[in-house]
Design a protein around this ligand. Structure first.
Ligand SMILES: Cc1cc2nc3c(=O)[nH]c(=O)nc-3n(C[C@H](O)[C@H](O)[C@H](O)COP(=O)(O)OP(=O)(O)OC[C@H]3O[C@@H](n4cnc5c(N)ncnc54)[C@H](O)[C@@H]3O)c2cc1C
Length: 418
């Protein structure tokens, strides 16, 4: 077992990319701001803490980065981000549609609705301020049948009741503005929807986090947890094959596809949860596709597990289609294959009849808290578990987690400190 003190010495021996400035708190030189945090955390711990860090965040995806940055910037004490890979944002956060959603799809009263709407506003402000590239492309949800049109009415009523700007488009307006798009029953336009360079966004969050004094340990896998009698938690980790222990006053579990496994480490066996996986494959055109400049989504199908095989584009204007939905057994089933391409092409052809041949491009994995056919629209799980006042679990952070990331960070802060 390696102690935290020796860890800092060893840090210089590790490749810089794999381990960035892990600084333990020095108990012989109490930090005034730390005392403040201890006071704030008085309800969490009755005695003064001797833990290594005030906050430890497990998982360096977009959500863990946003939470880490927020706590490092706005709360006193030390903040450490642990990520099992040698770089941040290599899992679900880099395998998505990069769409800044409007929030109109999700159930009334849900965290998804609330955090997406707030997160969208915060994200656009963040991109402007920190020069992260984005574009408000707008988005259409298109209906081909009266039944699909009714589904759009549900989105419209829900969205407008939450102040989300939405506008009906007639069939003739759609054919004038996007001649390549088939729309037989009408469309709903969301002018506030956009696209973002998610990689630049995550790099920006990481820069802002370290500037605020946060520390990050890459290549550091959390393998076990013990609740400490004096307050806080001891995390067992492995880095480069070596075991280490890190203690923290507060732990935030933002481990994405690993979050249920990590969350189970603090729960009695009978309360263990199971995660389900819905793979989404993206396809790109083999030849020059018809020209389209708006994001196009099919009408939503309740309980489908996704938003339908939609048309999005990157900031260079290159079209991509997906993700489709395929329930799989493993989180690492991430090879894009042609297996479901015929069905995907059929779905795309319903709104883009001129689409030519496609090839599979990449996949993402949705962390689902319910199996196929389970409760439709299940919400984000962002909670302190019973009896775990200093531990926040973030489970099932599927779409719109990217859009919601900055609002999730504020929500976690509220759960801990307000
Ligand atoms: C196909 C698809 C399309 C999507 N499209 C959109 C979209 O257009 N817009 C939108 O808003 N959202 C979208 N999302 C959702 C969005 O991508 C996710 O909500 C978001 O990326 C989740 O971020 P995260 O940080 O929670 O998880 P992740 O990105 O998975 O990060 C979790 C991190 O935790 C680390 N980790 C796991 N276990 C451990 C451990 N034991 N120890 C240390 N580290 C660990 C992992 O290595 C990983 O880096 C989409 C999702 C999918 C799957």
């Amino acid at each position: 077992m390696v102690s935290l003190a020796s860890l800092t010495l060893r840090a210089s021996l590790l490749p810089r990319a794999a381990f960035a400035s892990l600084k333990p708190r020095n108990p012989t030189q109490p930090n005034p701001s730390l005392r403040l945090v201890r006071r704030t955390l008085a309800s969490l711990s009755s005695s003064a803490s001797s833990n290594d860090f005030t906050h430890v965040i497990i998982g360096g995806g977009v959500v863990g980065l946003a939470v880490s940055r927020h706590l490092a910037k706005h709360r006193a004490g030390s903040t450490l981000l642990l990520e099992r890979h040698n770089a941040v944002g290599t899992e679900t956060s880099s395998r998505n549609s990069e769409v800044i959603h409007n929030g109109a799809y999700y159930p009334p009263g849900s965290l998804k609705t609330r955090l997406c709407i707030k997160g969208r506003r915060l994200l656009y402000e963040y991109c402007e301020k920190h020069r992260v590239e984005f574009r408000k492309t707008g988005k259409w949800i298109v209906a081909q049948t009266p039944a699909q049109f009714s589904a759009l009415e549900g989105v419209y009523n829900h969205g407008t009741s939450h102040g989300i700007p939405l506008r009906w488009l007639s069939v003739s307006e759609t054919s004038t503005r996007e001649p390549a798009i088939r729309c037989e029953a009408g469309a709903l336009e969301s002018p506030e929807t956009g696209i973002i360079d998610s990689h630049s966004y995550m790099q920006s969050l990481l820069g802002s986090f370290t500037e605020a004094g946060g520390d990050i340990a890459l290549g550091c896998n959390v393998t076990g947890v013990e609740k400490l009698s004096g307050g806080g938690y001891k995390l067992r980790t492995t880095t480069g094959g070596e075991e280490m222990e890190i203690t923290a006053d507060v732990v935030i579990n933002a481990a994405g596809l690993g979050a249920v496994k990590v969350g189970n480490m603090i729960l009695p066996k009978e309360q263990h949860r199971k995660l389900y996986y819905a793979k989404g494959t993206y396809y790109v055109p083999l030849n020059k596709p018809p020209k389209v400049s708006t994001l196009i989504y099919p009408a939503p199908v309740p309980g489908a597990g996704g938003l339908g095989t939609h048309l999005t584009m990157d900031l260079g204007g290159n079209l991509r289609f997906g993700p489709d939905v395929e329930w799989v057994d493993r989180e690492d089933d991430l090879i894009a294959t042609e297996k479901n391409m015929v069905a995907a092409k059929e779905a795309i052809r319903s709104y883009l009849p001129g689409i030519g041949d496609l090839r599979p491009d990449y996949c993402g994995m949705r962390p689902k808290l319910q199996p196929r056919g389970g409760v439709a629209g299940v919400d984000f799980w962002i909670k302190k578990e019973e009896g775990q006042e200093a531990w926040v679990n973030l489970l099932g952070i599927e779409s719109p987690g990217l859009t919601s990331s900055l609002a999730i960070a504020e929500y976690v802060d509220e759960l801990l400190y307000k």
